[in-house]
Structures are given as structure tokens and as C-alpha cells.
Design a protein around this ligand. Structure first.
Ligand code: FA5
Length: 339
């Protein structure tokens, strides 16, 4: 019994966790445990009454000793576990490492555009995303019943305001506020009730540009577009200019970019045409100048609306517009380092 007592003490001292203590309990007090077996190995018929009594007493003392020691060890482990749970601030633990955020590819493209235009003397202004029908359409020579309204399916709010369908809504707002001459861009989010596909989203970015001054011509417009594209893409890109109709410019153009994703061969992003509609533009219509309080006999101007989301897709080789709004960090995180 003395030997068992010492072995128990040694075993408990060497125990590393609660599971280990439980194993010790089984080894000593379990059905086949050392202490339980002690009684089974004794032939009581050979013992006197006194010997039986003495043995029984000693065995009970040993059982009690073992039970108490094991219970104390179990309690000690329980207490440590609770302490870890309630106070698990470990100032000595190694750091987890800091994850830096990254900028969205549209933000990167917008920042780059702002830089390039500021370098050319443009101001950067931001208009409201919730807009009046007047600035979004009527001031731009698109009256209520004009078929051009059909080109931009609009989200209407209950209070008769709308989510702006294009950044052109900033044109008359700005002319009324600052007058002419003016040279400004207006980057921002636009909304249309669109069927979504690889190149169309219901929420996308444009960057409007407006220049109003004396003797502004189509030559100024084309030169500005050339500088912008060469700076953004940092290489020669193929573009084409074709007539385009927008009621707020006269003449109006579509500046298309040769698709950089397929090299002009045709892919789902460019709808197999080899060209991406990127920058509609033109000379500001006299009616728009008038709405802005500017005399069209004295001033002329040009305006353009860069498809900022599509520009980001071309710049970073993103094949589907839906990646940009999906909120998956694995998409966003790839591009900051390329900038
Ligand atoms: C306009 O929005 C005119 N306000 C542009 C303009 C400005 C013309 C100034 C003349 C003078 P448009 O609807 O084509 O035009 O859109 C302009 C660009 O925005 C498109 O070329 C395209 O790149 C982008 N865009 C239009 N709709 C979407 C869409 N649903 N998803 C992603 N990009 C779009």
C-alpha cells in the first residue's frame, strides 16, 4: 500500500493536463485499478478477524487519500482553464502581423485621372449622387418626352429626385455656380436600371470633363483625349472617333478604345466587336450653355464622359465588370502594388 501511495504521488506530479489526471484516476481507482485490485488479490479466508479489520481500515485510508489527491488535481486544472478563458490577454504572445488595406482598382484609376487632369489645369469637383431631374436631363436639352431618356433607365426616388444616371448632371450645376471660363472634371458614381453583363453594371463610375472658354474647338477636345489616354495607359493605344448622338453636345462623338483584353480580336467584354465604348464627347450644346447662364455667342466648350469603371477594367485587365462590385477582397488586393 505504501508503494502504491508513492506511485500515485509521483504520477500526479508528472501529470500535464486534466486528461492525464483522469487516466491516473482510472489506473488507481478504476474497476481494474491498482487500489481496487488490492482487495481482490487477498485471500480473506486465511486472515484472522483482526487482520481483516486492519487490512480493511488501511485500504479505506488509501482509497480516501487517492480520491482526495486526484480531486485536488482536477480542481487545479479547472481553475487554470477558467483563468485562461476570462483573462486571455497574453502580452507575451507573438504578434499576428498587420494586414494593410488596399485601394480599389476604380479608386486607383480615379486618383490617376485626377492627377493627370490637375496637371492640365483642371479643377476636381464632386456633385451629388441624388440629383434632380432638371440637372440630369432637362438642363442637358433632354425634355420630359425626349426619346434620349430611353437610353438611360433611371432609378426614381419617392420624392421625385433620381439617382444620377451620368456625371453630365454636373455640367449646368457647375456653370451656374462658377460661370466661364472653367476647366473641371467630375468623377463619381452613377446608377442605371441595367441588365447586368460583363461590361454593364447598375452602379458604375464615370468621370465627366467640362471646358468652357473662348474659341474652344474639336481640336482642343481631341488633343486633350490623346494626352489623357497616353498618360493613363503609359503606352500607345488604338482609338477611333465616330459620330455619336447626345442631345447636350453638337457635334457629338464616341471615342472607342481598341479592346486591350483581346487585342481587338473580339471577346465577351467588347461584345466581340474589338472596341470598347470609352469616352463619349463633343462640343457643349448652346442650349446647355444658356441653361448655365453662359452666352453661347461669347463662349464655346467641350465635354466628355469617361467610363471610369471600364477604363479601370482595361487598365488592369479585368475581364468582367461584376468583379468590381462583388466586395471580394481577393479582387481588390491585387492592384495597389501595380500602381
Ligand atoms: C453618357 O453617360 C454621357 N453623359 C456621356 C457624355 C458626356 C457625352 C459629355 C457627351 C458629353 P453613355 O451612356 O454612353 O454616355 O455612358 C458613358 C460611358 O459610361 C460609356 O461609354 C461607358 O463606358 C460607361 N457606362 C455607361 N453605362 C454603363 C454601365 N451600365 N456599366 C458600366 N459602364 C457604363
Amino acid at each position: 500500500m505504501q508503494d502504491i501511495r508513492e506511485r500515485l504521488i509521483q504520477a500526479l506530479q508528472a501529470a500535464k493536463d486534466a486528461a492525464h489526471v483522469e487516466q491516473i484516476r482510472i489506473d488507481f481507482l478504476g474497476r481494474k485499478g491498482l487500489i481496487t485490485q488490492l482487495a481482490k488479490n487477498v485471500d480473506f479466508s486465511k486472515l484472522t478477524a483482526d487482520e481483516k479489520k486492519g487490512f480493511g481500515q488501511k485500504l479505506n485510508e488509501l482509497k480516501q487519500f487517492a480520491t482526495e489527491k486526484i480531486a485536488a488535481a482536477v480542481d487545479a486544472y479547472k481553475e487554470t482553464a477558467t483563468r485562461h478563458k476570462t483573462n486571455d490577454l497574453d502580452l507575451t504572445a507573438p504578434g499576428k502581423g498587420r494586414r494593410l488595406g488596399s485601394l480599389h482598382p476604380i479608386t486607383l484609376t480615379q486618383m490617376e485621372l485626377e492627377d493627370v487632369f490637375q496637371g492640365m489645369g483642371f479643377s476636381v469637383l464632386y456633385g451629388p449622387e441624388i440629383e434632380s431631374e432638371f440637372f440630369c436631363f432637362e438642363a442637358l436639352n433632354i425634355p420630359h418626352d425626349h426619346p434620349a431618356r430611353d437610353m438611360q433607365d433611371t432609378f426614381w426616388l419617392k420624392n421625385q429626385l433620381i439617382l444620377r444616371t451620368h456625371t453630365s448632371a454636373n455640367q449646368v450645376r457647375t456653370l451656374r455656380r462658377f460661370g466661364a471660363p472653367i476647366r473641371a472634371i467630375f468623377p463619381g458614381r452613377c446608377f442605371r436600371y441595367e441588365a447586368i453583363d460583363p461590361s454593364h453594371e447598375n452602379t458604375f463610375y464615370q468621370c465627366e470633363g467640362l471646358v468652357v472658354d473662348k474659341n474652344v474647338s474639336v481640336a482642343n477636345l481631341i488633343a486633350t483625349m490623346r494626352v489623357i489616354l497616353s498618360q493613363v495607359f503609359k503606352r500607345d493605344v488604338k482609338v477611333r472617333l465616330r459620330p455619336g448622338y447626345f442631345p447636350f453636345v453638337e457635334p457629338g462623338f464616341e471615342l472607342d478604345l481598341n479592346c486591350l483584353l483581346c487585342g481587338g480580336k473580339g471577346c465577351p467584354t467588347c461584345k466581340n466587336s474589338g472596341w470598347i465604348e470609352l469616352i463619349p464627347c463633343g462640343l457643349v450644346h448652346p442650349e446647355v450653355l444658356r441653361h448655365g447662364g453662359i452666352d453661347p455667342k461669347e463662349y464655346s466648350g467641350f465635354a466628355f464622359g469617361v467610363g471610369l469603371t471600364r477604363l479601370a477594367m482595361m487598365k488592369f485587365g479585368i475581364t468582367d465588370i461584376r468583379y468590381l462590385n462583388c466586395g471580394d477582397l481577393r479582387v481588390n488586393e491585387q492592384f495597389s502594388t501595380l500602381f
